[in-house]
Write a protein that binds this ligand. Structure first.
Ligand code: MIC
Ligand code: SF4
Length: 643
């Protein structure tokens, strides 16, 4: 039987298991990436493992999220990351060098390799034929310590691309919008999407990377494109032709499912507030006034995108009611735009040019006005993520968003008369790696510098035999990690200080959560479908753990968050009968009589709702290693016990 692309990569990296959907495999990791917001914790976790130097072939930490320096906190974290990276054998991408996923694609990604990243948009590198998976920081720390990555092989879905995009106003982002329209934000859970078919060769590597990046919002484990002549061209233009290799599925590869997308039929779409799958055609929003337009993010800030944006802006002016920002994805892109004059066109049109970083995407500045309307070429529009809870954030492709910035309202750019010539990938990108600091050759001489805000990682005790706990909060469907532990300019700088950041747990949904959790000592969270969607931030598990949360019971759980809960010793449970969700309320006292025993045996478990005098059943779905991790109290105590 033939193999799919993901199966081929898994097979080549296999430590144990069979590369078939549903089977547990353990694979060798070639590369890891971290960013600053998750990287400080990952670095502290690695340090806690007591290993002097990383055991993975390549690790890179990027400073791109925590860029505003309103006090010493973020600046202190940058120094910590720089010194720790030098000591432990990690490359350090300095602030200003760009967004992790864009820079990684340019300078490090390689077809056929395995990448783990402590950021949910790590699948960006899937655009280059890499098996690139977003995980929690502790998982990355474990990979740096030499642990293979163990997971259940997801269902493998073949996505056949036919036809060609109607350029210029339809872009790679609209391909994923089309899939979000069909499958929703939870439709990809437990799946890998593999893109094949004649439409593939019509897309450049950065266009493919937009598709795989945004695919995270489908809940996918990852997405992957073939590595072909276009991939070779991109790598050669990056001066890295030597890492190219061909990758495609065998003709008789077996997929769990097949989906067909005709690129020629795709329109420019927009996701309305407050979910990326709230997709409509641009024509449905015609005339809605807009206050802000933001271009950039790891989804859309390549050279090709930015050059097209500059073409639209050239000789025109941003509408008087709009504040428009542009964040080029990397120093490479930024420097090329500057050299070629495209930056001047943007500046002349009145765009506010920001540094090469995540910026407004994660609420690091540029919050929209009260009740404002913001259109962003980003990947997430969860309520409050922009920094203004009352704002309405829409997602659109960067060319459409730029046209909206000129018009000051939603409008369909097709028929606008603005001509945009298709931007080809350059023959040679501008290569200058002076902002990537390689690890120190003399690690003994490096002192790791920790500012006063950097605190130890809290560790949980082993799992108790039984549990009595109060339901601290009951939430609905699609709760994101931004709801559980918000980001933004005020809270992000606390990422290396769990006691402080835990004060913001659920702060946007229920500001009393922190005090109540502290008082209760032992708590449970009740969730609906797809609990924990969105980011990989393990803080959405560590902070609840620190506040005494012992279990989450939900209708279903998002993948990375479920892994993070396990890594920090919180039991992830799902209702056997989803209607039991309706028979449980915040404040109820629950008893789980034989918890540890049930985890060992991986069976369904009886939970007694003492307040209501009823019982219901919840189930686990854990691989062997995850059971051991939970029993030990989390991945850190598990690894410590092993070494
Ligand atoms: C995000 O886009 O939500 C982030 C910020 O990049 C997160 C990581 C984090 O919370 O630090 C992600 O996507 O994993
Ligand atoms: Fe940064 Fe936004 Fe991408 Fe997250 S989604 S890595 S915050 S640009």
């Amino acid at each position: 039987m033939g193999l799919t692309m993901a199966q081929k990569i898994i097979k080549e990296h296999l430590v144990s298991g069979k590369p078939e959907p549903g089977e547990v495999v353990s694979i060798k990791v070639d590369q890891v990436l971290m960013q600053d917001a998750t990287g400080t914790m990952a670095m502290l976790e690695f340090e806690a493992m007591g290993i002097p130097r990383i055991k993975v072939p390549l690790a890179v930490v990027y400073v791109d999220h925590n860029m505003l320096q309103v006090d010493n906190l973020n600046a202190d974290d940058h120094i910590f990351l720089r010194t720790a990276a030098a000591k432990y054998g990690i490359h350090y991408s300095r602030p200003g060098n760009g967004i992790c996923h864009q820079v990684h694609l340019e300078r490090f990604a390689a077809p056929g390799k395995v990448l783990l990243g402590s950021d949910s948009h790590t699948p960006t590198a899937g655009g280059m034929g890499m098996l690139a998976i977003g995980v929690g920081g502790l998982e990355v720390a474990a990979a740096m310590a030499g642990e293979p990555y163990e997971f259940k092989v997801p269902d493998l879905v073949k996505v056949v691309l036919e036809g060609e995009l109607k350029r210029p106003w339809v872009t790679g982002m609209d391909i994923t919008f089309e899939l979000l329209k069909r499958f929703t934000v939870k439709g990809g859970v437990g799946k890998i999407f593999e893109y094949v078919g004649p439409g593939v060769k019509t897309l450049t590597v950065t266009e493919r990377a937009t598709v795989t990046n945004f695919g995270t919002e489908l809940g996918l484990t990852t997405s992957i494109f073939p590595s072909d002549e276009r991939t070779k061209h991109y790598l050669e233009a990056q001066g890295r032709g030597g890492v190219w290799r061909e990758l495609s599925p065998d003709p008789d590869a077996e997929y769990t499912d097949t989906v067909t997308v005709n690129l020629s039929e795709i329109e420019p779409y927009v996701a309305k507030p407050h979910q990326p799958d709230n997709v409509v055609k641009i024509s449905e929003l015609k005339g809605i006034k807009v206050d802000q337009v933001c271009i950039g993010s790891c989804t859309n800030s390549s050279y090709q995108v930015m050059k097209a944006v500059a073409q639209i802006l050239k000789g025109r002016t941003v509408a008087p009611n709009v504040s428009m920002t542009v964040s080029p994805g990397s120093k490479q892109v930024y420097e090329m735009l500057a050299k070629e004059g495209a930056l001047a066109d943007m500046i002349a049109a009145g765009a506010r040019i920001l540094e090469s970083a995540c910026g407004p995407c994660i609420g690091m500045g540029q919050a929209p006005p009260y009740n404002g309307v913001s259109v962003r070429s980003f990947n997430r529009n969860f309520k409050g993520r922009s920094g203004t809870p009352e704002a309405s954030v829409y997602l659109a492709n960067p060319l459409v968003a730029t046209y909206i910035a000129l018009r000051g309202e939603f409008a369909d750019p097709r028929g606008s008369g603005i001509s945009v010539t298709y931007v080809e990938e350059p023959e040679r990108f501008l290569i200058n790696d002076n902002m990537i600091i390689p690890p120190s050759p003399t690690p003994e001489a490096v002192e790791v510098i920790k500012g006063p805000n950097i605190k130890e990682v809290p560790v949980k005790e082993p799992l108790a035999e039984s549990l009595t706990a109060k339901v601290l909060i009951k939430v609905g469907d699609n709760i994101s990690t931004d709801d559980i532990l918000p980001a933004g300019a005020k809270i992000l700088p606390l990422r290396s200080n769990i006691p402080e950041i835990s004060k913001y747990t659920f702060s946007r949904i229920d500001p009393t959560f922190y005090e109540r959790a502290r008082a209760a000592k032992a708590g449970v969270i009740v969730g609906g479908e797809n609990y924990g969607q969105g980011s990989s931030r393990e803080h959405a598990a560590i902070a609840p753990m620190y506040l005494g949360v012992k279990a989450v019971i939900a209708k279903s759980l998002a993948r990375i968050h479920k892994e993070n809960l396990i890594n920090f010793g919180i039991i992830p449970l799902t209702f056997k009968n989803p209607s039991d969700y309706d028979r449980i309320d915040a404040g109820d006292e629950l008893e789980i009589p034989r918890l540890a025993d049930a985890v060992k045996k991986d069976e369904s478990i009886k939970i007694v709702n003492k307040t209501k005098g009823i019982e219901f059943v919840a189930t686990f779905s854990l691989i062997e290693k995850q059971k051991e991790v939970l029993l030990a109290g989390g991945l850190l105590p598990y690894i410590k016990k092993k070494t």
